[in-house]
Design a protein around this ligand. Structure first.
Ligand code: KG4
Ligand code: ZN
Length: 334
């Protein structure tokens, strides 16, 4: 059977990304232009700035992806693009670029859910075995997703307030760390001691939902109260204690979900999957419970288009096609 080559575009947040992927499992090229420096001084992603950068970058990144691949348009079988969720103005740039290219080059168009992309980033490493449980931990999402077959997603738990990455970024801000704060808190935590007992939101018995806003408030209050008493808490200890709470809840719920649904594989996805504390804790708990655990390499954990190509390949093979009416959907459901 002939190879299937997908050109993929991702612009849901602050990375302009284009990739070319073969048969959903092989990266031919993967170019990511990060805007992080432009958003840093605002302490977060500014949607309007993100859109403007995407407009400026998209053709450059596209050309780079082709140059890196050595391929031409003739080799491309279909175009996959993130249609949601994300920032609507940012998504629109990718969706319209994909539509314009599909129209001009007469290629089929496939809309992809951003989280499906994060999940499929793992398939570059290892073939999926079903049923599998995916733990998605990013700046915008914290979800446990059960997959019984390719392209089918069942959300069994999700955050009721902040996403894990969002909690990291907010706590980082309180600790005067630069944006995005997750990696900085991670680094700081390595030098700290778990000396503060922050709360863990287990929620109702048997629930696979998450909540991180209480933890975030507790960190803020703890720092505030210490200041009032004239005490100076060690930032590294705050980071280590916060990280311990987050990773304990995430890993414990992931193991419980994996056991309940008797899965053959657990995969981790999203930017927070880069977290060293989480990796260590998941490794330890899943080794104990004897369920194979997959965590993608750092480069594939954060937003990129290769993962959209991997998820797009599966959708394309399953016959999914998007029409010219394809639109950015900031709250697209998985
Ligand atoms: O998946 P991603 O690149 O973008 C979204 O789709 O949200 O995730 C970005 C999030 C940010 O909140 C960032 O702080 C967090 O992932 N992050 C980390 C680490 N690296 C990135 N959080 C904790 N520890 C890290 N090492
Ligand atoms: Zn993401």
């Amino acid at each position: 059977k002939k190879d299937t080559i997908i050109l993929a575009i991702e612009t849901s947040c602050d990375e302009t990304a284009v990739a070319i992927v073969k048969n959903g499992r092989e990266i031919i090229s993967n170019v990511v232009a990060s805007q992080v420096d432009s958003h840093k001084r605002f302490g977060g992603v500014v949607p309007e700035i993100a859109s403007r950068h995407h407009v400026e970058q998209i053709t450059i990144v596209l050309e780079e992806a082709f140059a890196e691949s050595g391929l031409t348009w003739q080799d491309i079988d279909a175009i996959a693009v993130t249609e949601g969720p994300g920032l609507v103005g940012a998504l629109l740039i990718g969706v319209n670029a994909a539509k314009a290219l599909a129209f001009a080059k007469q290629k089929p168009l496939v809309g992809v859910h951003h989280i499906a992309g994060h999940i499929y980033a793992n398939r570059f490493e290892k073939e999926f075995e079903f049923p599998l449980m995916a733990l998605i931990v990013s700046g915008g999402h914290t979800e446990l997703v059960l997959m019984k077959e390719h392209g089918h997603y069942e959300v069994i738990g999700e955050t009721r307030d902040d996403a894990a990455g969002e909690a990291y970024d907010k706590v980082a801000r309180v600790l005067d760390l630069p944006y995005p704060g997750g990696p900085h808190v991670d680094k700081l935590a390595a030098d700290g001691e778990e000396s503060i007992a922050f709360p863990r939101a287990w929620l109702e018995e048997g629930s696979f939902d998450f909540s991180f806003s209480g933890l975030k408030s507790s960190v803020i209050n703890t720092i505030h109260n210490a200041k009032q008493r004239g005490e100076q808490l060690k930032k590294a200890d705050i980071a280590a204690s916060f990280q311990a709470s987050v990773t304990d809840v995430l890993s414990t719920k992931a193991v419980e979900a994996a056991q309940k649904y008797d899965v053959k594989q657990v995969i981790v996805a999203g930017g927070v999957a880069a977290n060293n504390g989480l990796r260590t804790e998941l490794d330890r708990k899943f080794t104990d419970s004897d369920i194979p655990l997959l965590i993608p390499p750092l480069k594939l954990c954060t937003d990129n288009a290769a993962m959209i190509g991997a998820a797009g390949f599966v959708a394309y093979e399953q016959g999914k096609r998007s029409g010219w009416g394809l639109n950015a959907n900031p709250s697209l459901i998985l």
